[in-house]
Design a protein around this ligand. Structure first.
Ligand code: FPP
Length: 246
């Protein structure tokens, strides 16, 4: 029996967002440096990206580096930046072969020029791909995103481009880094932590959550299917009663 047999292809999350956690603990359990955990985590990234595209998930967003992650030891930050560059260089072919468009959210100006250059190149080369949008949250913090949106909207009000009465959910959405993405349907967080950690606070308003104890470097196809099957068993009411949505 195929493992995907229990997945209903007509009820997939349109936007899946993943907080990839536990790389450090995975390495520590093996008596290795944290960097080794991050390196192994890139394999899980490849597996999940390919599998989501195969299943038909249209939008996948991965929390790869938060605004708070800049406070980690310099050696670890450098390792993560190097891994990003090598993954971007190495995975361009995978993105093209699977018709995946790369996108990014976050304050990219804080990234090293080498990362920004590689990222911009891969985004440009994959811009016409249609099957799935893979968004990397890099130097991303949801509060920073909201502050930036508020500043930009305020400037428009000040310059009479819009009026305060025009401000609604749609205007806010248009000013977020995620303006071209739908709301998040499902958030997965690995490693047993039950936190949101400043990730897509506006966009998860009606998202379902799936927490697993699996550490990110161990996360494989079966773990992804379990999360999706759990999501498909939920009744999403969006504030309505059960009777109203039946
Ligand atoms: C969390 O584990 C993971 C990260 C901070 C970074 C995730 C990065 C990767 C998987 C590698 C590169 C990414 C891409 C997109 C190619 P942690 O260090 O917080 O683990 P811990 O909580 O066990 O310490």
């Amino acid at each position: 029996m195929s493992l995907t047999e229990n997945i209903n292809k007509d009820n997939l999350p349109k936007h899946l967002a993943i907080i990839m956690d536990g790389n450090g603990r995975w390495a520590k359990q093996k008596g290795m440096l944290r960097a080794f955990g991050h390196e192994k985590g890139t394999k899980s990234v490849r597996v999940v990206v390919e599998e989501c595209a195969k299943l038909g998930i249209e939008n996948l967003t991965l929390y790869a580096f938060s605004t708070e992650n800049w406070n980690r030891p310099k050696l670890e930050v450098d390792t993560l930046m190097k891994l990003l560059i090598s993954s971007l260089k190495g995975e361009l072919k995978t993105l093209q072969n699977n018709d995946i468009r790369l996108n990014s959210i976050g304050n990219l100006d804080n990234l090293p020029a080498s990362v920004k250059k590689e990222l911009t190149e891969v985004i440009a080369k994959t811009k016409d791909n249609k099957r799935m949008t893979l968004t990397l949250a890099l130097s991303y913090g949801s509060r920073e995103e909201i502050i930036t949106a508020v500043k930009n909207i305020s400037d428009k009000v000040k310059n009479n481009i819009i009026s305060t009465t025009d401000i609604d959910e749609s205007i806010i959405n248009q000013h977020l880094y995620t303006h071209n993405l739908p709301d998040v349907d499902l958030v997965i967080r690995t490693s047993g932590e039950h936190r949101i950690s400043n990730f897509l606070l506006w966009q998860i308003a009606y998202a379902e959550f799936y927490f697993t104890d699996v550490l990110w470097p161990d996360f494989r196809e079966k773990d992804l299917y379990d999360a999706i099957i759990s999501y498909q068993k939920r009744e999403r009411r969006f504030g309505k009663t059960s009777e109203q949505i039946k």
